[in-house]
Design a protein around this ligand. Structure first.
Ligand SMILES: [Mn+2]
Length: 330
């Protein structure tokens, strides 16, 4: 039997089991990762809207600010602000590579009778009762779409839009190496289900407040280049945010922009927090940045990964420069 077919049968069985679990559950929680991105928000909201007609008791948990551009797609009334040890019959955890990434909602894992993990991070070890993890998928949204199709239930245009956002953002507008012909086929189906491509592009990408663009330029303009421009590093400091009156969550795409420099092989963004620095890494070709991330208890993909250090910006920068020395100096 071909591997692809075997995976399909396994997925079919998982979906059957999931549908049974949904049937016998009343309180259902859908959770995503801290500092949510388009894939996380799109997937979580898509699953919520998809299951909503089943009239269960739904709760959504995402630790962190919803970036302004995703707000039109999020129903904040079903999102809880803090975890009060509420118990659930069933928990879905989407796009979340490890339990720590649930942030302040981590305890919900122990307070749920059954856990279903749906993800595409290769670093995900599977912490659920059912784990559907496929690193071949461009995005959790793409994987979720396969799952939703297998249920045989209706996928509305509203759900299609949310999945489209997940795929669109995690593939960098269908430009990263994770984009496959299957991704495009599924995207075509989503468009047929009612996605207005240019309308979504305007909402997701062309809707930034002027202050956000100014802060973005501020951060990009401070880029430092090392190792014959193969490593590009910049930062978003608390000062920069205060000066431009914006939030960290609103500044998306800085690290990808640094990667646009021709010689850059690895781009790095340092985000300054009160007691730590968060590191976002992007790679252009062969360097697997998830390996470095794992070394510091982070996670991610070969070309997009991140971790957090209890160090200030300057120390973190020094560590990064040292880490990539061997990989970038011939
Ligand atoms: Mn993702």
């Amino acid at each position: 039997m071909k591997l692809g077919r075997l995976i399909r049968i396994m997925l079919k069985n998982d979906v059957k089991e999931i549908l049974e679990l949904i049937k016998t559950s009343d309180k259902i929680c859908i959770a995503g990762h801290m500092a949510p991105d388009g894939d996380c928000i799109g997937s979580v909201m898509a699953l919520y809207k998809f299951l909503k007609p089943l009239n269960k008791n739904f709760t959504v948990m995402i630790d962190g600010t919803i970036p302004f551009n995703y707000k039109p797609f999020v129903d904040e009334t079903i999102m809880v602000k803090d975890y009060d040890n509420e118990k659930f019959d069933l928990l879905f955890v989407l796009d979340t590579s490890d339990t720590k990434r649930l942030g302040k909602f981590e305890d919900v894992l122990n307070n749920s009778k059954k856990r279903i993990v749906i993800d595409h991070h290769k670093t995900n070890k599977g912490f659920g009762d059912i784990n559907i993890i496929d690193p071949e998928m461009s995005s959790t949204g793409e994987l979720l779409y396969d799952i939703l199709k297998l249920t045989g239930m209706e996928i509305t245009s509203e759900v299609a839009v949310l999945i489209y956002i997940a795929v669109l953002t995690d593939t960098g507008k269908f430009s990263y190496a994770n984009t496959t012909s299957r991704t495009h086929v599924k995207t075509a189906e989503l468009i047929d289900l009612g996605v207005n491509v240019s309308e979504i592009d305007n909402l997701v990408y062309n809707s930034k407040p002027a202050d956000v663009v100014k802060a973005f330029i501020d951060s990009v303009s401070k880029v430092e280049l090392y190792y014959e421009n193969k490593l590009g590093i910049t930062a978003i400091t608390k000062d920069l945010l205060a000066k431009n009156k914006v939030e960290m969550a609103d500044l998306d795409g800085v690290v990808e922009y640094i990667r646009e420099i021709k010689e850059v092989e690895v781009s790095c963004l340092l985000k300054e927090y009160d007691e730590s620095t968060k590191v976002s890494l992007r790679s252009k070709n062969k360097i697997d940045v998830s390996a470095i991330s794992l070394k510091y208890q982070g996670g991610g993909h070969a070309k997009a990964a991140g971790f957090e250090l209890k160090e200030n910006i300057e120390n973190t920068k020094r560590i990064i420069i040292e880490e990539f020395k061997e990989l970038l100096v011939q």
